[in-house]
Design a protein. Structure first.
Ligand code: ATP
Length: 464
């Protein structure tokens, strides 16, 4: 016992009294871009795609923690946009649709970015994003750009074994169009009356000219979009409602209000289908940039698809005896981009008792691992209790059992991946049937009977 206590104390474990607090000193400086990328790589949130072959430029794979974070972001979105509402339903449409969809939506003709090429180094850039329109950011040469030409962002492929013009298809550049083409199907089967929304999340593809900033802008990414259909007279009110609602969603999930703001699009920024758009912007390490756009898309899409398909996609309001194209308010967010922003926002470095501590203060709903179960030693009787505790928790929460290294290092690792609670099984557990629960943020430690552990954690983490 004395040996075990010594081991724990040496390693930073501290058998608590009723409640124990450490004094923290916060270092509030925002993390650099490299810091976040290094953490994401080191802890296996994100890997380079095809890494063993040298990587594929700006394509990424999500590792065990990354996939959990991403899934949690998507679940939180689905919960707030679909599950908790009685006026929004879900959809999962195909990535490859008939090419006419993209002709009608304007993506074939208008989904272009202006591309310039440097005559000196042959690097290609998106003209509207250059800091200095006369200077190549790759080689520094001046006056070497070609004239800007339109570059269509859609990925093309062919359906079937022989590639020909007749079987050209596109990978969807947004999930929204699958919603518009299913407007009547969904309305009918779900027996919906205006106003109502259809939500969808999934992969989208854009052949971006300048992808970059890690997972912020990639060619394959995940979107979370909802099309909210309403009478045109109510469209402005719903637009304001959804702008506020979506802004609040990020705050409710713990984003620092200093790092998030709304910005209205200027007249010349508006997409061809929109009469009003506001972006939710995040203060990324390189400056303010878009997380999500909320747009009033008018009746553009339903009208276009009606015209092109010959199917009447108007809504019939029985009470008013009126048939019309509903207006659409669209909150369109990036799941991969949001996960990245939550990661940046959660990153904190502190000094605790003169030692540095890195902690991800992720909201527990987003944290990849909710509870870590840590036996103080690898002795069989402790491991046996650990297994029992883990079995009780596993059906309810994503947990991890870690038996390696000194307890202090294990705490530090869990802090660094944002695990809200560490449960330590120590030698006293064998006598008193209790474990120590350590809170990630306050580092307070509570002694809790194993029989009460699920309730204790359930109160703090939710039902699981
Ligand atoms: P941006 O101005 O950053 O290119 P956008 O205005 O073209 O974005 P939308 O068409 O409004 O983007 O798409 C909705 C959301 O999808 C964006 O707010 C963003 O979060 C996400 N998104 C768009 N393009 C990408 C991309 N290449 N990589 C990752 N996420 C993206």
């Amino acid at each position: 016992m004395a040996g075990a206590a010594g081991y724990g104390a040496r390693a930073g474990y501290h058998r608590p009294g009723p409640r124990t607090h450490f004094r923290l000193r916060f270092l509030m400086a925002a993390p650099s871009f490299e810091t976040i990328v290094n953490l994401a790589r080191k802890r296996g949130f994100v890997f380079r795609a095809s890494e063993i072959y040298g990587g594929l430029r700006s394509a990424y794979d999500y590792g065990p923690l990354g996939v959990a974070l991403l899934r949690n972001v998507k679940s939180a979105w689905w919960r707030s946009m679909v599950q908790l509402r009685d006026d929004v339903v879900g959809l999962d449409s195909a990535i490859i649709q008939a090419p006419q969809v993209w002709e009608a939506s304007g993506h074939v003709g208008q989904f272009n970015d202006p591309l310039v090429e440097c005559g000196n180094c042959h690097a290609r850039h998106r003209f509207d994003r250059l800091e200095d329109p006369d200077r190549c950011p790759t080689c520094g040469a001046r006056g070497t750009f070609t004239d800007a030409r339109d570059f269509n962002l859609m990925f093309r492929t062919h359906m079937g074994p022989v590639a020909s013009d007749s079987n050209l298809v596109y990978l969807r550049p947004e999930t929204a169009q699958g919603i518009f083409t299913n407007f009547e199907n969904v309305r009918r089967v779900a027996r919906l009356k205006l106003p109502f929304g259809i939500a969808q999340l999934g992969k989208s593809f854009r052949n971006e000219i300048t992808p970059g900033q890690f997972v912020f802008r990639t060619r394959e990414f995940e979107q979370m979009e909802m099309e909210f259909f309403t009478h045109r007279d109510d469209a402005d009110d719903w637009y304001r409602y959804w702008v506020e609602e979506r802004y609040q969603w990020y705050l409710d999930l713990g984003m620092n209000p200093d790092n998030i703001k709304l910005r209205s699009h200027t007249e010349d920024e508006l997409a061809h289908y929109a009469v009003a758009t506001q972006d939710v912007e995040y203060r990324f390490p390189w400056g303010w940039d878009e997380l999500e756009g909320i747009a009033n898309r008018t009746d553009f899409d339903l009208r276009q698809h009606s015209q092109a398909s010959g199917k009447d996609l108007r809504y019939f309001d029985q009470a008013a005896g009126e048939r019309f194209f509903p207006y659409v308010i669209e909150p369109a967010a990036g799941a991969t981009r949001a996960a990245f922003a939550f990661l940046i926002d959660a990153y904190h470095q502190e000094t605790v008792r003169d030692a540095p501590r890195t902690v991800l203060r992720l909201d527990s709903r987003l944290a990849p691992i909710k509870v870590a179960v840590l036996p103080l030693s690898k002795k069989p009787d402790l491991v046996e209790v650990t297994d029992r505790v883990a079995e009780a928790l596993r059906p309810r929460w994503d947990i991890e059992v870690d038996v390696t290294q000194a307890i202090g290092r294990r705490y530090r690792r869990q802090d660094e991946i944002g695990t809200p609670y560490c449960v330590t099984v120590d030698f006293d557990t064998l006598d008193d049937g209790a474990v120590t629960v350590r809170d990630r943020d306050t580092m307070a430690q509570d002694r809790i009977g194993i029989g009460q552990l699920c309730d204790y954690l359930g109160e703090r983490l939710g039902a699981g």
